[in-house]
Design a protein. Structure first.
Length: 494
């Protein structure tokens, strides 16, 4: 019988339907055949054996929640009979793992832009960044005019706009400043124009203090309140930046020069089976070559955090992971919210039942690489290997944080689809073939092929695409002009 179910781990008590299953259908996984007792949608789960009320439900070899009623073999397993078992905080122990990353034929490099600070960019763009939302439209006007004037001289001129930079206090203002300063130092920016207003809390001189002085030669700035014609002055400064950046050329660099951002959004029941494990292979390939990968979305590792903790390079990194997870859980509880207020309605419709299930699928993006560092929101990656970065699950906020941390290519997996793009070239990877075929304008790569072609050839094809994108090939989001940033607002507004 042709397999109609996907079981991740031999210990699992559930499997995922590879297509819609009607009542009375006999479904198969390996040598096991199960009579379906009710309709089960593609991407949803079916019980492989009887599960008593109160017992853990196993997927990925780990509990994804507890049964709230007796579940018979062949029955649909979802929100109607399973609930989360997440706790508001955790006491963790370090159990160092001996896992070895799977190898992917690999270590060819790419053609990138070598910067003065030793980092390598995958684009040579001019970024126009407002210090405050009051001049966001001004920044857009400058970037649009400069883009027309200098078409073809650099890889693009783009405004990275946001609504913040004033009426903020303390850590909240510091977070905005840190993100903007890190973006201004990004290796994909051959030049940066900082557009200030003049009276904002996020003052230009204080912002510039957070940027490495070695990079100031590629940064220009001005305050719109001081300028006679702010558009003309901004264009003149961009002219200088373009003249300088246009001299830069791509050169061949090793894969170790790449910094991958790892992200998922609009996940479904296939995300943890196809797309996320495939991205995990990319994380393993790049880190094994001496490069870096960054994992974030801390609330979407709740329930799977121990897997990352056991791969900590040392006890200090383990303690950093534990502190970050518990701090984020307190962030929820101090606002009167449960830590398990996830998955989203779209996730649930796609077959994900609990946050534990979503998290166990999401951490697959990290492969088996050693966690070498933990960084807070707005900080830049400082070590090779896998870094865990503080940021929420929101697609735009976390992807902006990944870019600011230094990601030069973002791998974004999705089972439901999204058009959103970010400053770093973002490769959209569909977890299922129907999505890839339906939204060709959004999706760059079909990870659903893993189910029909096997992992190795599809992993090799994705690594080839990453190298091509890092060398200049446009992503769907870039072609569509999708390029957004979002800043995590945590404090009071004056």
């Amino acid at each position: 019988m042709i397999p109609s179910l996907f079981r991740v781990d031999p210990r699992d008590s559930v499997a995922t339907a590879l297509h819609d299953l009607a009542t009375g259908t006999v479904a198969a996984v390996g040598d096991l055949e199960i009579a379906v007792t009710g309709p089960v949608g593609r991407g949803h789960k079916i019980a492989l054996r009887a599960i008593a009320a109160g017992d853990p439900v196993l997927k990925f070899g780990f509990p994804i929640g507890r049964a709230t009623a007796d579940i018979a073999a062949g029955e649909h397993v979802h929100t109607h009979n399973v609930a989360t078992a997440l706790a508001a905080s955790g006491a963790y122990l370090w159990h160092p793992s001996g896992d070895a990353p799977a190898t992917t034929a690999a270590a060819r490099g790419f053609a990138g832009y070598c910067r003065a600070d030793g980092r390598v960019g995958t684009r040579n763009e001019i970024w126009v960044i407002p210090t405050v939302g009051c001049v966001a439209r001004t920044a857009q006007k400058i970037a649009e005019a400069a883009g027309r004037r200098h078409a073809g001289k650099v890889d693009g001129v783009h405004a990275l706009t946001h609504p913040f930079g004033c009426s903020q206090l303390g850590d909240d203002l510091d977070g905005t400043r840190s993100i903007l300063a890190a973006l201004a130092a990004h290796p994909n920016a051959g030049g940066v124009l900082l557009v200030g207003l003049g009276c904002e809390s996020n003052q230009l001189d204080r912002l510039l203090q957070e940027v490495d002085p070695a990079l100031h030669g590629r940064i220009r700035s001005f305050a719109a309140q001081v300028a006679g014609d702010e558009i003309a002055e901004g264009l003149a400064l961009v002219d200088e930046l373009v003249e300088q950046a246009a001299q830069d050329r791509r050169s061949e660099v090793p894969l170790s020069a790449l910094v991958l951002g790892l992200k998922c959004g609009g996940s479904d029941g296939f995300s943890g089976l196809t797309a996320n494990p495939l991205v995990g292979r990319m994380s393993d390939a790049v880190t094994a070559a001496g490069g870096s990968a960054i994992l974030t979305e801390i609330p979407e590792i709740f329930g799977a955090e121990q897997l990352l903790m056991d791969r900590a390079a040392d006890e200090q990194v383990f303690q950093g992971i534990a502190a970050m997870v518990n701090d984020f859980k307190r962030y929820f509880t101090e606002h009167g919210e449960p830590v398990s207020e996830n998955p989203s309605p779209g996730n649930i419709a796609g077959g994900i039942t609990t946050l534990e299930e979503k998290s166990l699928g999401a951490v697959q993006k990290a492969g088996h690489a050693t966690v070498t560092d933990v960084r807070h929101y707005g900080e830049r990656v400082r070590r090779t290997g896998l870094t865990l970065l503080e940021a929420p699950g929101n697609d735009a906020v976390s992807s902006t944080a990944l870019t600011a941390a230094g990601a030069t290519v973002i791998l974004f997996t999705t089972g439901r689809g999204t058009p959103l793009g970010f400053p770093a070239p973002t490769i959209k990877i569909a977890s299922n073939t129907p999505l890839a075929e339906r939204k060709k304008g959004w999706i760059d790569f079909d990870a659903g092929r893993v189910l029909t072609e096997g992992t190795e050839p599809v992993a090799d094809a994705l690594l080839d695409m990453i190298r091509e994108v890092a060398s200049g090939r446009e992503t769907a989001a870039e072609r569509n002009g999708e390029r957004e940033i979002a800043i995590w607002k945590r404090g009071v507004t004056l």
